[in-house]
Design a protein around this ligand. Structure first.
Ligand SMILES: Cc1ncc(COP(=O)(O)O)c(C=O)c1O
Length: 422
């Protein structure tokens, strides 16, 4: 028996109807692609259906009972998300379409005229292990503004190379934007240490929590201010919520100084033909009709995770990751990319199988019912750092069992024999 697994694992699995289904040939589904998107518990599905069946209306503008119910449901979802991340203020939670939109919002508004406007001589620091969502927006914005983009490298073990931190984060640094947990290497980054450094030079700290929010307890209000990010994003579909909804949290102090990103309905205070004034947060950043049912679904999702407990989910993830690392180590010719200590990493494990293209690995695994991801996982620079184009990635979540890891290892050994690798 592995210690640390969620005690109610079999009950939890029953909450996720998709885990009951079988694939072609009657094979049971072994879903090991949760870093890509997580599966949804019945309560999220039911909440969204109920909203659409009984409470559907536009929010904040409909002067009728359904409108009031829909607005209440949407704003209650904001409260639930605020509680999930320990936001100091519920109005600091902004609903976006996904994490990518949150990062684009931040990068773009930091390039618009205003207190924080980037320009020539300014530096933005990211890392080599970012998802493309936290690279490309900064490339676009630094190119447009004349600011310089710099980045932390990655060590051979898959950790951030902090040797040059004093040189990289300096008095020219205006923004430091990094992932909390790498979607490719699994690495958990020391965001508190980096935030302290960045704040000491007056830089704004942006944290991509897309892979952290599903598996690490986040309590922003409990963080010392100098270690707390100024802005943080995550995406709904990785925290057992629906697609089409994401979250940008920002401290009021920073959000109040940022100009709007998108213009439209509901983000204004008043509009005249000569010009407009804008609503306060969060509405300033929520132009147009938002993804209402999706926000309501996300509220149910984070409430569900909260009931199970993020500490317990983190412990489970760590136990499964440790078991998976042990299992993968028994497969001849398999190399894991990233830290080998489960305490230093999240539940996404990318690997190479000597002599087999990652796409072929994924296809053979799929023929055995094991769903993994193959490719560059939207992290091309991180792959280039390790001299590879792509990798295969397994990723677990709160519903993953040791038996599923055994099935993966068995299918990888089958892959080796399929390709006659001795
Ligand atoms: C670390 C990280 N950042 C950002 C994203 C982007 O999320 P989305 O595509 O939902 O915007 C992902 C998704 O894979 C991710 O893993």
């Amino acid at each position: 028996m592995i210690s640390g697994l969620l005690p109610e694992l079999e009950v939890i699995r029953k909450d996720f109807p998709i885990l009951e289904r079988t694939l072609a040939g009657g094979l049971p589904l072994v879903y090991l692609d949760s870093a890509n998107t997580s599966q949804k518990p019945q309560v999220v599905i039911d909440t969204m259906v109920d909203h659409l069946e009984r409470h559907n209306a536009n929010i904040a503008r409909a002067m009728h009972q359904l409108g009031a119910e829909a607005t209440e449901a949407f704003e209650t979802a904001r409260d639930k998300v605020a509680a999930f991340i320990g936001a100091p203020e519920r109005d600091e939670v902004i609903f976006t379409k996904n994490a990518s939109e949150g990062l684009n919002l931040v990068a773009n508004t930091l390039s618009f005229p205003g207190e924080h406007q980037l320009g020539p001589g300014d530096e933005v620091v990211i890392t080599e292990m970012e998802h493309h969502s936290n690279i490309v927006p900064w490339q676009l914005v630094t190119q447009r503004t004349g600011a310089t983009l710099r980045w932390f490298g990655v060590t051979d073990e898959g950790r951030l190379d902090l040797d040059r931190i004093d040189e990289l984060i300096n008095e020219r640094t205006k923004v430091v934007s990094l992932t909390w947990v790498s979607n490719m290497l699994g690495t958990i980054n020391p965001i508190a240490e980096i935030a302290r450094k960045a704040h000491a030079v007056g830089a704004i700290v942006v944290v991509d929590a897309s892979q952290a929010a599903p598996q690490l307890p986040i309590d922003l209000a409990a963080m010392p201010v100098e270690e707390r990010p100024d802005l943080l994003v995550f995406t709904g579909h990785k925290v057992v919520g629906p697609t089409g909804i994401g979250v940008l949290w920002g401290s009021r102090a920073v959000l109040d100084t940022l100009p709007p990103f998108l213009g439209g309905g509901e983000m204004i205070e008043t509009v005249r033909m000569e010009g407009s004034t804008f609503a306060g947060i969060p509405h300033k950043f929520e132009a147009g009709t938002p993804p209402i049912a999706e926000a309501v679904g996300l509220g149910a999702a984070v409430e569900y995770l909260g009931h199970i407990g993020l500490d317990a989910i983190h412990t489970h993830e760590r136990a499964i990751t440790g078991y998976a690392l042990q299992g993968l180590a028994t497969v001849p010719g398999l190399t894991v990319l990233g830290p080998l200590d489960p305490a230093e990493r999240g539940g996404a494990i990318s690997f190479e199988l000597d002599g087999v293209h990652p796409h072929d690995v994924a296809q053979v695994l799929d023929s055995r019912g094991v769903a993994v991801r193959a490719g560059h996982h939207c992290a091309k620079p991180a792959h280039a750092r390790f001299g590879v184009q792509s990798s295969t990635r397994m990723s677990s979540y709160l519903y993953t069992t040791p038996d599923e890891i055994d099935a993966l290892v068995e299918a990888l050994n089958y892959t080796r024999s399929y390709f006659k690798l001795g």
